[in-house]
Design a protein around this ligand. Structure first.
Ligand code: XUL
Ligand code: CO
Length: 437
């Protein structure tokens, strides 16, 4: 097969003064930040569905970017060509990971058995490309939302056969995750929610979703998949209300169904804003309760209310995200997966490079800025004295469970009024961030 991107060489780091658009200005894979190479901090991944399956159609118009290697058919040969083009892209971009849904890489067949067979055929090609390049899946997932059978949900469908079909599809995708040495397996509940409560038994549906995940945990053990599983929160779209609304809702769900030790969260920036949170709020909550796993890196648009999945370019956002990620100890199995697509009018193959280079440089800068803020120390030092009243005296007694309401009433009646607070210094702290950006 001819090269998919004949005019693009391997993208190199040329530094901030370079005017070459096909170069990294900040991402330098081997450069050490806090003693660790940037490549290991950031663990970039390409989303197969956006970069190799999204041809730019929207509800108002047809596809604009049918790529030269893609003949537009659902044949296995076309699927294999796409895989080879994708791996050429990963290599030239210099990423070590990619993510995919089962149906992104191989066509759905007329029966489940035929779909499995198609999947196996394409996985052979993927495996040989992985061996050639060393690139591997950051996570694998099953598409449980595109086919009409899932119109009422998958694990939360009112139809038990649909639940069974979804289970069979996930079982197969998990087996492929083992075969391809994926770092993790992911669930995004695209249609696990409802359009109207008038036709929905919410209690029963969430119990079914819990049971589905428990079965996935059992199957993971059965087939010897050692990576973690991720849940990806999203509040709405395509359904009006999705059960995995945000990090906090996912945490409550995992706790209720006794799944906490097996799952972590994959936080997507644009899903956070759809839930009325900031990206960093969702990261911070997941890290605080010990279930931070991975990131779908993208951004929304403040003026639009839907999941626009644009490439991340906002340095304030990437800085705040990297501050939280560094504080949480960095990625282990997870990474930064670009769940983002180029604009409908960016229709040439080279635009895929420009978009990813921009996202990678934005996070590399965010990482460097976050590390500089941490080295400077003023921001980190601010918390210690602010919470000092908890380190001894009554605060320590509360934290260690030595006192209850009775003792606290006695303490406060005697003391009469609280010791005054120091200023929260909001603006001064915001200024420190901007000093470094
Ligand atoms: C949809 C979304 C998905 C998941 C994987 O909004 O983010 O692409 O990341 O199913
Ligand atoms: Co996503």
């Amino acid at each position: 097969m001819a090269e998919a991107f004949p005019d693009v060489k391997k993208i190199g780091h040329e530094g901030p003064d370079s005017k070459n658009p096909l170069s990294f200005k900040h991402y330098n894979p081997d450069e050490l930040v806090e003693g660790k190479p940037m490549a290991e901090h950031l663990r970039f991944s390409v989303a197969y569905w956006h970069t190799f399956r999204n041809a730019g159609a929207d509800p108002f118009g047809q596809a604009t970017r049918l790529m030269p290697w893609d003949d537009g058919t659902d044949s296995l040969e076309n699927a294999a060509n796409r895989v080879r083009s994708a791996f050429e892209f990963f290599e030239k971009l210099g990423v070590r990971y990619y993510c995919f849904h089962d149906r992104d890489v191989a066509p759905e067949g007329a029966t489940l058995a035929e779909s499995h067979k198609n999947f196996d055929e394409v996985v052979k090609v993927i495996k040989s490309e992985q061996e050639r390049t060393g690139v591997k899946p950051l996570w694998v997932t099953a598409c449980l939302f595109a086919h009409p059978r899932y119109m009422h949900g998958a694990a939360t469908s009112p139809n038990a056969d649909v639940f069974a079909y979804a289970a069979a599809q996930v079982a197969k995708a998990m087996e492929v995750a083992v075969e391809l040495d994926a770092a993790a397996y992911l669930f995004w509940g695209g249609r696990e929610g409802y359009k109207t409560l008038l036709n929905t038994d919410m209690g029963r549906e969430t119990d079914h979703l819990g049971r589905f995940m428990q079965m996935a945990v059992d199957y993971k053990k059965q087939i010897g998949f050692s990576g973690p599983m991720y849940l990806e929160p999203k509040p709405k779209e395509p359904t009006k209300h999705q059960y995995d609304f945000d990090s906090a809702a996912c945490y409550a769900f995992l706790q209720r169904y006794d799944l906490l030790e097996h799952f972590r969260l994959n936080i997507e920036a644009n899903h956070a804003t759809l839930a009325g949170h900031s990206f960093v709020h969702e990261l911070e909550f997941a890290a605080a309760v010990g279930i931070f796993g991975s990131v779908d890196a993208n951004r929304g648009d403040l003026l639009l209310g839907w999941d626009t999945d644009q490439f991340p370019t906002d340095l304030y956002d990437t800085t705040m995200a990297m501050l939280t990620i560094l504080k949480a100890g960095g990625f282990t199995t997870g990474g930064l997966n670009f769940d983002a697509h180029v604009a409908r009018e960016s229709f040439e193959p080279v635009d895929l490079f420009h978009a990813h280079i921009g996202g990678m440089d934005a996070f590399a800068r965010g990482l460097k800025i976050a590390a500089a803020i941490r080295a400077d120390g003023r921001l980190g030092d601010f918390l210690k004295p602010r919470y000092a009243s908890w380190d001894s005296g009554i605060g320590a007694d509360i934290e260690t469970g030595k006192v209850g309401f009775g003792e606290l009433s006695e303490y406060m009646l005697k003391k009469g009024e609280i010791s005054p607070n120091a200023s929260g210094r909001v603006e001064m702290l915001e200024n420190i961030i901007n000093e470094h950006i």
